[in-house]
Design a protein around this ligand. Sequence first.
Ligand code: GLC
Length: 570
Amino acid sequence: MSLLSVDVSQNGGIKNVDSSSSVFEMEEFDFSRLPDRPRNLNMERQRSFDERSLAEIPMGLSPHPPSRADNFNRVLDHLDGIYSPGRKSGFNTPRSHFGYEPHPMTAEAWETLRRSLVYFRGRPVGTIAALDNSEEKLNYDQVFVRDFVPSALAFLMNGEPEIVKNFLLKTLRLQSWEKKIDRFQLGEGVMPASFKVLHDPVRNTETLIADFGESAIGRVAPVDSGFWWIILLRAYTKSTGDLSLAEMPECQKGMRLILSLCLSEGFDTFPTLLCADGCCMIDRRMGVYGYPIEIQALFFMALRCALVLLKQDTQGKEFIERIIKRLHALSYHMRSYFWLDLKQLNDIYRYKTEEYSHTAVNKFNVMPDSLPEWVFDFMPMHGGYFIGNVGPSKMDFRWFCLGNCIAILSSLATPEQATAIMDLIESRWEELVGDMPLKVCYPAIENHEWRIVTGCDPKNTRWSYHNGGSWPVLLWLLTAACIKTGRPQIARRAIELAEARLSKDGWPEYYDGKLGRYIGKQARRYQTWSISGYLVAKMMLEDPSHLGMVAHEEDKQLKPVLKRSSSWTV
Ligand code: GLC
């Protein structure tokens, strides 16, 4: 019944898929219709990269019957294999590979994205955080590592990998700088939060300045930057088939330095990574210190990326062994203790406290009284999510978007958990999406709790900015998660909402209010990642094979923990 018309060109690239076919119909796609085709060099290299990833994480037999998402993923894997690297449109706006009429907003978005390019000695090396001259610049005139990720993906998807390569190499050079805050030296592997090009008109020279946290508000080093760097290196490698960048000794060393920071032995009793508040996208005090989900999910994903990017030389092998051990422990810990669904919530509600010894059920001594009231209403019958933070006597029950989407993409979430996360997003659409996708976290903290947790931060008042604000950039992560779980219609709904307002409002950084109806109090306009996030979401929906750049298949070796409730079964 396939309505899908796939035309495989000489180099194996997909030319056109009938736009009338839904992505679901891809499940029916007949693989035998793909002709044996001559492959170009890039294609061969990409294949060997994929095979390497499988060889290094041997896959056992699946304990689960294939789900709707599994079938969909098989199609994606296939599409992934025939993805043609390095497609270049030659125009300022990309052509539509799948015969869709591009939305008028995409042309504007590409134009603005290109205007945000930052050049260093004649080469593009990144994109500026925001092109808004009406507000005080602060550091929005810098290239942020995390902000550049959706821009990079947009360029990769459009067959323009050069800027991504330049960015990866430039930030690698910055990593080797000596980093000091007052008299204290930061770890060698720390990657910058952001950097900027300084022009000296007199001497006619250009130099880079970077911020590793020493200038940032709150003076926190960005733990996420290094992880995003590794994730982007894999996306570049997968998209171009060019292994030579990742194999450069400098890149291998850069990766090892990042990994050394987070795989070092210490006093930890958990495999999760202990962090200061504000060390990630939420870069202000917001009660996300300890073991925040965003960092744990990015940590997991970066480890999986590093596993396939590291060379099997003496130093590489040592790291590979450490990574495999950590991945096992981390996935077990996250899937067991961060996961919350109706059954688990009920268990916590009935927890006994003060249990001693290894037989304890309530291992972290969480007080049932600390369960917030909202969580009982928020939890749907079917659905679940990874909660915000777990530590000694601490569970932060807030829902965070980025961590949950990355958990799906990296397969930190089991297929059942991934389905449950999407179920929850559907059931709690009003709360999490409302009028503008997507809440950075839910719910907002207010009153006394806001005073204590944020230190009375006027930027993070309830339902604003990091405190329950809505961030259009998160659209690309939602879309990727939707495609991975075989539910693209959810992404379409969200994109339609964004299309109703984003361009008219001047691409704000974030929206405020319970429903995300108001342009954020201090939101910048022409915020680059709001623009590139939209483009990436559109391009991914149009050509789901792009998902391969940012998604990982389930690793059957990382055994799921026992099922907890019916919402886990599809
Ligand atoms: C804000 C965001 C941060 C982002 C930066 C630049 O500080 O919280 O995540 O990287 O702006 O856009």
